[in-house]
Design a protein around this ligand. Sequence first.
Ligand code: MG
Length: 221
Amino acid sequence: MKVSVVERILSANDRLALENQTLLDAHGVLGVNLMASPGAGKTSLIEQTIDALQGCLCLGAVDGDIATSLDADRVAARGIPAVQINTGGSCHLDANMLKRALSDVPLDEIDLLLVENVGNLICPANFKLGTHFSAVIASIPEGDDKPYKYPPMYTGVDVLIINKIDLLPYLEFDLDYFSRGVEILNSGIVTFEVSCKTGEGIHAWADWLVEQVEAHTQASE
Ligand code: MG
């Protein structure tokens, strides 16, 4: 049977993703892949998460963008190790990019690695990175139709974070319609409603991360 080039690329990526996960496991690090459209608040969520977990967990971050180190600079300013990946035009991170970045992350010093994918609701859904969880961040200004228009992104993730909920009174966003779309694709998905601006809901998300890190540590002992 003929195997398409795309399938071969994806299976090579899966192998590297497994290597990344093995490396993270060996250092007792839980990895989370954060995906979203541009401007949904990936970097802001990382900043808020760092602040919420200060003194509780040691974090590291890898930030993917087509160009600049703006996001890694923002995250590093919060006092955690942050590595920027510039994809040079590619619309997603892949396992090989993360593998290279991991060699610059002090894995022995951290418990939790937050990976900020390139802002895009399409391509990142196709490429495993080797993180233990993947999350999609939706935001109120994007509109309530995104689960219907980008089903693979909503199907393949473990966690949904709805950001900018402080804007709900001001924008046309039907939370019930949005949630019904999510429910069809990913029934019962762990969901957090947050505002990176006001801090609402951040502690519930941070507490969930602590629980996952503890479970991961116990599983690898
Ligand atoms: Mg960003």
